[in-house]
Design a protein around this ligand. Structure first.
Ligand code: UT7
Length: 334
């Protein structure tokens, strides 16, 4: 549970960027043995975006610039940039440094955080802690992934699932404790490493001809195994979070689940007792954008006027590691 802080961490701004190029399900029919009906019924995905030129830092920088524009704020005001990603531009320097340089955030420090599809939640919690401690006033958390850079477009089990995108939130301190971050549960279990990973390129299996020939620089996923633990993981922590705050599914205005599979999302909503009309979705348009799915939902629903001040929101995610968690926030901007 949370300790008492003077401030609550409050999301005070949002921004997003998705590349223009759309890959619809038909595109994959020409590439691999699949069809629109299978993809839509098994995953809920209709299309996803592809970044043709550029890297994850470009996605992240554009999302932050969109945030700054909507807040009429200068990049120089940013104290910290946290980039949640599994597709950094390179091992080092950190993508956060490249983003800092691209947007001209000359007073910021920052770092990358690797928690795969739970990346945004883990980074949000980290950024929130920096704000709640009273040390920093303007922390930007951006979930950004160029998944197309690690997808094997001959593997029908994975290539239809992922898309490129980024979305950012600004976290600031709030003395009003009725809004902002209320509670969270985060978990990791490294015994899940064999079900979802990119095997090579790190210190365990440095890149060589063999790792390339064996396609070990691409995502591998045992979809069935991950499906089961994803539903249980997301549902368990969401349910525990709601219960220990003396709430029920009826009290929650929005569930914002990581967008990996519509069937996982539906099962999670059912297990925490929430109607489907209170579940944020963007999987049909963007597929699985890894660290970007949750903030993309927040940004679009807020800008569409559906996410309103005072709304109780549960964000929940599950990803490689395994990593998973849930956060309870009260939306605080008009
Ligand atoms: O974001 C991080 C966490 N990741 C997740 O949460 C993903 C969790 N897993 C999933 O979402 C699902 O397991 C998938 C969407 C990846 C796969 O759906 P599934 O219903 O579990 O399918 P499956 O893997 O059990 O495959 C069923 C059949 C297989 O054929 P056989 O063996 O029954 O002949 C697959 O080869 O569907 C086949 N298949 C496909 N068919 C057409 C697999 N991919 C495709 C495809 N098009 N793209």
């Amino acid at each position: 549970m949370r300790s008492e802080n003077k401030y609550n961490a409050l999301i005070t701004g949002v921004g997003m960027y998705v590349p223009e190029k759309i890959l619809d399900n038909k595109y994959f029919e020409a590439l691999i043995d699949t069809n629109d009906e299978w993809i839509l019924s098994r995953t809920g995905i209709k299309e996803r975006r592809l970044l043709e030129n550029g890297a994850t830092s470009d996605l992240a920088a554009n999302a932050i610039l969109d945030l700054l524009k909507s807040k009429n704020m200068s990049a120089e005001e940013i104290d910290v940039i946290i980039v949640a990603t599994v597709t950094p531009d390179m091992f080092f320097p950190a993508t956060a440094c490249l983003v800092q340089n691209k947007i001209g955030a000359i007073n910021a420090w920052g770092f990358d955080l690797s928690a795969a599809c739970s990346g945004f939640l883990f980074a949000f919690q980290t950024g929130a802690s920096l704000v709640e401690s009273g040390m920093y006033k303007k922390v930007v958390v951006v979930g950004a992934d160029k998944m197309s850079s690690i997808v094997d477009y001959t593997d029908r089990n994975t290539c239809i699932l992922f898309g490129d995108g980024a979305s950012a939130v600004l976290i600031e301190p709030s003395e009003d404790k009725s809004v902002g971050l209320q509670d969270f549960i985060l978990r990791v279990d490294g015994s899940g490493k064999d079900s979802l990973h990119m095997l090579a390129g790190g210190s365990l299996n440095p890149a060589n001809h063999e790792t390339v020939d064996k396609k070990q620089h691409f995502i591998y996923q045992d979809g069935k195994a991950v499906f089961k633990v994803a539903v249980k993981g997301m549902a368990d922590v969401s349910y525990e979070l709601i219960q220990r705050n003396n709430l029920t599914g009826d009290d929650i205005d929005w569930l914002v689940p990581h967008q990996a599979n519509l069937r996982i999302i539906d099962a999670t909503a059912e297990r925490v007792g929430m109607n489907k009309d209170k579940v944020m979705l963007n999987i049909a348009k963007y597929g699985n954008t890894t660290a970007a799915t949750i903030p993309l939902c927040l940004t679009e629903y807020y800008r569409d006027g559906k996410l309103k001040k005072g709304d109780k929101v549960v964000m929940a995610a599950f990803g490689a590691g395994f990593t998973w968690g849930a956060s309870l926030i009260v939306w605080g901007i008009d």
